[in-house]
Design a protein around this ligand. Structure first.
Ligand code: A2P
Length: 276
């Protein structure tokens, strides 16, 4: 698939493959190892993990065992959301590198602006401290690009204001029904790449009647419509699956969605906070 060889270029000139393989909720050990192996075998060159997923060791092992040169695979990991001091961030990054078994990382993100068990807490100071440590590793060449995840424009402004550094990427929940217009517009203005996690809405959006109908029209699957939507919107989808047929299906997105159909998809409002 051509799309597997396509890249976005981040604001610092670093190239990042347009589709990444997500590993959230993929259990460490054989499942994570085999999934990443299957993804690499089927042409993915971009793997997304995080310390919080507790599968960095398996992901790193698969990357190292794949036989593909390390520099041909783009790997992202993330600083755990509760780590908000300079020293702890430094220690955590060293641990991530060790778990992965790498001597550098392609992209490192602050996983969230607040600890997951204290969503909304003001951690402005801690985020600046953590990002300061990341800038040091970036300048030392240990990380090729640095960014954030789940950050609002206000959270990013805090980093820019105190460190005079614009993060290269912001990874957010982004899918048909939840396209986070405010953050999307802000990031595009600042040339911050949006990475779209849960591009299938953890499976939820696959059954949306409009998506199902459009998939029939384009002779594609709902998953392919949802993944292509992210690309058409200039974001970088991170689909995940533990099944090889779906891992392959999710890369078969070399088609275009017409502007008028994108508008229809844009209008779907299915915010995950309303699910329960
Ligand atoms: P599975 O691992 O059993 O394939 P998201 O990327 O939005 O978080 O969605 C991931 C979920 O969607 C997982 O439950 C995954 O299940 C499922 N999934 C991934 N790809 C497909 C696909 N092509 N068709 C149907 N379900 C999929």
């Amino acid at each position: 698939m051509k799309v597997l060889n396509d890249v976005y270029v981040m604001s610092n000139g670093v190239k990042i493959p347009k589709i990444g393989f997500g590993t959230w909720q993929v259990p460490s050990g054989d499942v994570a190892y085999q999934s990443v192996m299957m993804a690499l075998k089927n042409g993915y060159r971009h793997i997304d993990t995080a310390a919080a997923y507790q599968n960095e060791a398996s992901v790193g092992q698969a990357v190292r065992d794949s036989g593909i040169p390390r520099e041909e695979i783009f790997v992202t990991s993330k600083l755990q959301s509760h780590i908000k001091t300079y020293e702890d961030a430094k220690e955590a990054f060293e641990k991530t590198l060790k778990e992965l078994g790498f001597d550098y990382l392609d992209l490192y993100l602050i996983h969230a602006p607040w600890p997951w068990n204290e969503i909304g807490k003001n951690c402005d100071e801690g985020n600046v401290e953590a990002f300061k440590a990341m800038i040091e590793f970036y300048k030392a060449g240990k990380i090729k690009a640095i960014g954030v995840s789940n950050f609002s424009p206000k959270d990013i402004d805090n980093i820019i204001k105190h460190l005079d550094f614009v993060p290269h990427a912001n990874q957010i929940a982004y899918f048909v029904g939840h396209n986070q217009e405010e953050t999307d517009t802000y990031c595009k203005e600042k040339n911050i790449l949006i990475e779209a996690y849960s591009p299938l809405a953890i499976g939820h959006a696959l059954n949306n009647p409009t998506v199902v109908e459009m998939a029939k029209l384009y002779k594609k699957t709902p998953a392919q419509i949802l993944i292509r939507y992210c690309i058409e919107k200039g974001t970088l989808p991170l689909p995940k699956s533990t099944h090889e047929s779906r891992i392959i299906e999710n890369t078969q997105v070399d088609f275009e969605i017409k502007a008028s159909d994108l508008e229809i998809l844009d209008q779907i409002d299915d915010d995950p906070r309303k699910w329960n």
